[in-house]
Design a protein around this ligand. Structure first.
Ligand code: GMT
Length: 382
């Protein structure tokens, strides 16, 4: 198949999923065209079957800001026509699905309906629960869902939320997120990585996010403060975003700045996960929580919230613990119980690796292939 993929290029789960999916599809012989504002952060070097088309929006003094969504629509139409795309897969409802819908309208008089690409849209989370839930966006997100040929959500939770908030006409399927367990695996040379990072033999807690309010960075820090008060530990904070400065200030005021490392955005997180003993992810509403699955693949037990999609792949007392959103005391207590007992940690760590294998990329890529083929089959019947 010839597949166009449009996603957010910035640091975050939806871009990671879209890019890894594209790379895996290319490895299976499909031709993939990424159509994006910038190269997705996990794209890496050129490889056979992968092409990248950059979208350049026009700058004109009359416009307060350039119209990227319109330029994206034009580029999708151009690539779809000249590369004869079968499928355009939009990750995140806006603007990608909408731009693809516009692109299809642009092509109306250029290709017959039976030749035009089919639009697959994957909903990732905040496009529904935060952005889409805002009254200024609700109608447009509903349109993006209803006008797509097929729609998937990354968890049952997100599907339920989409149906509750938008009452769409379109049936929503669920294809959960995935991890390449060949890449996300605990590296054996932990000591060398620790040395490179200037770490000793203390316990390592890790949090990876875009530092937005939904991630509840304050809960991460407060839970860690209690943990670090009881045993020797360092917290690695990976990523960046609006709440980072406040977090840095809090850490300084609490006198724990020497125990907390703000590492910023890092693409290759496997070495960091390989020296980590515990991931803290206390989000108030995570549609899936890809970072937790990637940590589990590297043998890192997780402390997460019962909110959102976490309970669909993380079991309490087996892969770590699930706590109520905001229950920092239980987070630190459960975190300490895993960190302080080598036997428990080892058992949880092994359980995590086994569970991550159930979400190995190959099985999920096959489900996306089947989804595309179903959409193409429907095209043939129209
Ligand atoms: O807000 C974010 O965390 C970023 C966002 C994204 O679009 O990159 O993440 C969402 O999509 C990921 C990939 O499907 C999911 O693993 C995250 O849970 C989801 N984030 C939220 O629902 C908050």
């Amino acid at each position: 198949m010839k597949i166009g993929i449009s996603c957010h290029h910035t640091y975050g789960g939806s871009g990671a999923v879209a890019t890894e999916l594209g790379k895996a599809l290319a490895a299976r012989g499909h031709v993939i065209h990424f159509i994006n504002r910038s190269a997705p952060f996990r794209l890496g070097a050129y490889s056979k079957n992968i092409f990248y088309h950059e979208v350049e929006a026009m700058h004109y003094p009359l416009f307060e800001c350039p119209f990227h969504s319109l330029a994206l629509a034009t580029k999708i139409a151009e690539v779809a026509m000249y590369e004869k795309l079968d499928i355009v897969h939009a990750h995140y409802a806006i603007p990608h699905a909408l731009s693809a819908i516009l692109a299809r309208q642009m092509l109306e008089d250029k290709c017959s309906e039976s030749r035009c690409f089919r639009l697959a849209t994957t909903l990732h989370g905040t496009d529904i629960t935060v952005v889409g839930a805002d009254s200024s966006m609700q109608g447009i997100v509903r349109l993006a869902i209803n006008k797509s040929d097929g729609v998937t959500a990354v968890s049952e939770y997100l599907k339920r939320e989409t149906v509750r908030l938008f009452e769409p006409r379109k049936e929503i399927g669920v294809i959960p997120n995935f991890v390449d367990t060949g890449v996300f695996a605990r590296m054996p040379d932990g000591a060398a990585i620790r040395e490179q990072l200037g770490l000793g033999d203390e316990k390592i807690c890790i949090h990876i996010s875009n530092f937005r309010p939904v991630k509840r960075i304050g809960d991460v820090l407060r839970a860690f403060r209690t943990i670090a008060g009881r045993l020797s530990a360092t917290l690695l904070l990976v990523g960046d975003g609006p709440e980072r400065s406040e977090a840095e200030e809090w850490v300084r005021k609490q006198g724990i700045a020497d125990r907390v490392r703000f590492l910023g955005k890092i693409d290759d997180i496997v070495p960091l996960l390989s020296v980590s003993d515990l991931m803290l992810m206390p989000s108030s509403g995570e549609s899936f929580g890809l970072a937790a699955l990637e940590a589990m693949a590297c043998g890192v037990p997780v402390i997460v919230t019962t909110a959102g999609g976490f309970p669909e792949f993380i079991r309490d007392g087996e892969h770590g613990f699930l706590v109520e959103t905001g229950d920092v005391e239980r987070m630190s207590e459960k975190g300490l119980s895993v960190l302080a007992d080598v036997g428990v940690w080892k058992e949880f760590s092994e359980n995590c690796v086994r569970q991550a294998r159930n979400y190995h990329i190959s099985g999920l890529v096959e489900r996306y292939e089947a989804f595309y083929l179903r959409l193409l089959g429907e095209r043939g019947r129209r």
